[in-house]
Design a binder for this molecule. Structure first.
Ligand code: 13P
Length: 261
């Protein structure tokens, strides 16, 4: 039986929050965070608010991350942000291959791999997102799609660095739709991902890997999802935009964690 780690709960703010709004939310999360111990909390504000959020969270246990990066360290790439710039702004984490990046902005599996490697090289923890569309699920292609995205995302990583990669399973049909995957549906894919990691990196590495679930996570469903053996926490969109619902998810995950310990 793998040892469960404390819930890891990351809030992806997407393209929400102006500077003052971001400062207020980061401050409120900082204030309430001790009430969700021992959950590990991370926020992913938009680029423009990163430095301000870093100031608001300084000295607290709440981690900071970005939502995207470019794989080159610098250069003529108008509109892009490098890993070193994220580190500079105070980030420890960065999301890679979010389904909105893949499906709206045309990012490829290979792009995700390049971004994971760039993030690792700069000392960041990439949060590699994978997930199938409804069409792919209904065609019985879920595992094939997850496997393809996972293997491309993890390609070319040195053995010693793989443990720094956090994974997030976010079924596209569950994102922003209010249609959460059932605990059973989520666990089935999480267990598959962990199994593939075990084949690739060995059982110990797979047992320690953090695999998050994302897609319409709310305080009301966090407990039953976290009860599943292979769900280590959440990547939260809409419900992370208010401190109360974000912390509510973390507290529900902690309640489940204490029962499965
Ligand atoms: P929602 O929680 O709004 O469904 O978004 C999930 C997500 O995309 C997090 O990255």
């Amino acid at each position: 039986m793998r040892r469960r780690s404390a819930p890891f709960v990351a809030g992806n703010w997407k393209m929400y929050k102006t500077l003052p709004e971001a400062a207020a939310l980061a401050g409120a999360i900082r204030e309430a965070a001790p009430g969700a111990a021992p959950a590990e909390l991370v926020v992913l504000p938009p680029f423009t608010s990163l430095a301000e959020a870093a100031r608001c969270l300084a000295g607290s246990a709440v981690g900071l991350g970005a939502q995207n990066l470019h794989w080159e360290s610098q250069g003529a790439f108008t509109g892009e942000i490098s890993a070193a710039m994220l580190v500079d702004a105070g980030c420890r984490y960065v999301a890679v291959g979010h389904s909105e990046r893949r499906h709206i902005f045309g990012e490829s599996d290979a792009d995700a791999g390049r971004k994971v490697r760039a993030a690792l090289k700069a000392g960041l923890h990439p949060i590699l997102c994978v997930g199938e569309t409804l069409e792919e699920r209904e065609a019985g292609r879920t595992f094939e799609v997850i496997n393809r995205q996972l293997m491309a995302g993890l390609e070319g990583i040195e053995d010693g660095l793989r443990a720094r990669v956090i994974l997030a399973y976010e079924p596209v049909w569950a994102i922003g739709t209010g249609r959460t995957a059932s605990p059973g549906q989520a666990e089935e894919v999480h267990a598959y991902i962990r199994g593939r990691l075990a084949q690739k990196t060995g059982q110990d590495g797979a047992d320690c890997a953090i695999i998050l679930y994302g897609g319409s996570v709310k305080p009301a469903n966090a407990y039953s999802l976290f009860k599943e053996r292979d769900i280590d926490g959440f990547l939260v969109g809409g419900a992370s935009l208010e401190a109360e619902s974000f912390l509510g998810i973390a507290r529900e995950a902690v309640r489940a964690y204490k029962e499965v310990l």
